[in-house]
Design a protein around this ligand. Sequence first.
Ligand SMILES: Nc1nc2c(ncn2[C@@H]2O[C@H](COP(=O)(O)OP(=O)(O)O)[C@@H](O)[C@H]2O)c(=O)[nH]1
Ligand SMILES: [Mg+2]
Length: 276
Amino acid sequence: MAKAKRQMQEDIKLIDVVVELVDARIPFSSKNPDIDGIAKGKSRVILLNKADMADPAVTALWKARYEKDGFFTALVNSRSGNGVKTVEEIILKACAEKIERDLKRGIKNRPVRAMIVGIPNVGKSTFINSLAGKAIAKTGNKPGVTKGKQWIRLNKNVELLDTPGILWPKFESVECGKRLSWIGSINDDILVPEEMATDLLNYITANYPDMIRGKYDVAESLPDDGPGALLARIAEKRGCLKKGGVPDYTRAANLVLDDFRSVRIGRISLERPEEA
Ligand SMILES: Nc1nc2c(ncn2[C@@H]2O[C@H](COP(=O)(O)OP(=O)(O)O)[C@@H](O)[C@H]2O)c(=O)[nH]1
Ligand SMILES: [Mg+2]
């Protein structure tokens, strides 16, 4: 990560605006704390990506919160392209002062240069492809310019560094780590699915009880016989059983995690701005 950080510090010198993607389900835990230092003095945009997977009411609170903190923001679904078209306008708004300064100095038609950053799996590549679309005409690596950076020219107003900056996820607390694991941002191999699923069910039961009832038909298990019992009930309902009819907790846990990550339980936000 030290190398990635150095690279980013170099790249950031070349750009006007840092466009940070966060996961709309965890806009705090998926936001890298060090980027504020690295991006000092640059215009800042935060895109709440995967907005299609999060609770829209909570996402609206996060948008307001980050705007209050001085960021330009947008809700985006990079997979479908929803919201992507507004991003150019937001980038230009974020750079309004710089554009104004250029004009005063007689510099016209200089595109603003943007860089996409975010933790792994947040949707950087999907977003860049969606934003650049067919116009993914790369500039910069012209003949004779061997070490030049690759820029994607979106139009006369905006250029994008074609390699996104990869940020490391935040592990500032056990809670942040858990939320990152639930969305699949931490290598599953080192985690215990039963624990993850039990904690996740606990959270969803507390915050979105109807979704659990609707999805798993376990009304009678909510809420008083506890999350461990809930996983057992789900195992039973879904036929996740080992020989002798013993609940297969690992299989049930993976089923729940998979349902959550595929938005089959519902649109769920995992943290709210007032806790952050
Ligand atoms: N539902 C949904 N999925 C997305 C969105 N953006 C990206 N993805 C998915 O998230 C996964 C990771 O995306 P990718 O662009 O590879 O992330 P990167 O590691 O930041 O470049 C892929 O499976 C994408 O299809 C989005 O806005 N909504
Ligand atoms: Mg990528």
